[in-house]
Design a protein around this ligand. Structure first.
Ligand code: A3P
Length: 304
């Protein structure tokens, strides 16, 4: 039974920030850890498509693009439900009576589009056994960190971020929820040579959205006419998504996401890190970045 988003119960829903636990050394919400057995044993269908990313890399953007592709540019169909109901968040274990990601997925008919923030080593093995397609979205570390900090300020679904300085160090040491950004992007980068993984950069979507949509379209074996492609581009701009209640998370109760603290669709730009990083922080970050990323073959752009 779907949980009615406009019900008084939902709107009065109060959420406590979660305790953190670990699965195989990866920091995760304790509720996810408690449900881990079921998550790990998730049964994927060969037609399922998994959308994966480290938090705040732009997965909501990709969800809208993929939904528009599946709905062949029919915006009304994409307005049928909020993002989080259209694409179950695989490992999400919200407090009852909100359904978990697994429950939502089980209620859906394949082909399902599912979302995850899990690092590669924690992806339920069924996805690989079924040879499912995965679209991974990666965003440069500095902007991801800034976006994640503001997100943790506004959502009760994650621990309090603390001060910017502490948060900055936690990001570098890999202790934020879902673990190390470095391990995440590198793990998935290697996985693309082994599995059906399309690796997409947020910055490339900012530079040329049409081109990246075309890449996604052909990965999904779709061939849409030019006017549909144009419609998808228009529907998935930052401004369009910021104004779209089915994409901007304003359907969440304010007790879960308080958009007066920071909007979910915050800035949507490349290079906002320059407004946050102190000179010394930037030097430390660059030093650690070089140490972790040299030789990986991964090249991110931090300004356009
Ligand atoms: P900012 O906080 O930097 O604005 P996720 O969906 O993975 O949680 O990522 C959210 C980030 O993606 C936010 O970044 C959000 O503004 C940005 N985003 C969402 N839709 C976007 C779009 N259409 N264009 C550009 N950025 C978008």
């Amino acid at each position: 039974m779907a949980f009615e988003k406009n019900s008084a119960l939902f709107q009065s829903f109060v959420m406590q920030r979660p305790q953190m636990g670990q699965v195989l050394g990866v920091p995760l919400d304790q509720n996810i850890c408690d449900a881990w057995n079921d998550i790990w044993n998730f049964r994927a269908h060969p037609e399922d498509v998994l959308l994966a990313s480290y938090p705040k890399a732009g997965i909501t953007w990709m969800q809208e693009v993929v939904d528009m592709i599946y709905q062949e540019g029919d915006t009304n169909k994409c307005l049928r439900a909020p993002t989080y109901d259209r694409h179950p968040f695989l490992e999400a274990v919200p407090p009852k009576p909100v359904p978990s990601g697994l429950q939502l997925a089980e209620e859906m008919e394949p082909p399902r589009v599912l979302k995850t923030h899990l690092p590669i080593q924690l992806i339920p093995p069924s996805f690989w056994k079924q040879n499912c397609k995965v679209i991974y979205v990666a965003r440069n570390a500095k902007d991801t960190l800034v976006s994640y900090f503001h997100f943790q300020r506004m959502t009760k679904g994650l621990p309090d971020p603390g001060t910017w300085d502490d948060y900055f160090m936690a990001f570098l040491s890999g202790t934020l929820p879902w673990g190390s950004w470095f391990d995440h992007v590198n793990g998935w980068w290697k996985a693309k040579d082994k599995h059906r993984v399309l690796y997409v950069f947020y910055e490339d979507m900012k530079k040329d959205l049409r081109l990246e949509i075309q890449r996604v379209e052909s990965f999904l074996d779709k061939d849409l006419p030019e006017e549909v492609l144009e419609k998808i581009c228009q529907h998935t701009t930052f401004q369009a998504m910021k104004e779209n209640p089915m994409a901007n998370y304003t359907t969440m109760p304010t007790t879960v996401m308080d958009q007066s603290v920071s909007p979910f669709m915050r800035k949507g730009i490349v290079g906002d890190w320059k407004n946050h990083f102190l000179v010394a922080q930037n030097e430390l970050f660059d030093w650690e970045y070089k140490r972790r990323m040299d030789g990986t073959g991964l090249d991110f752009c931090t300004q356009i």
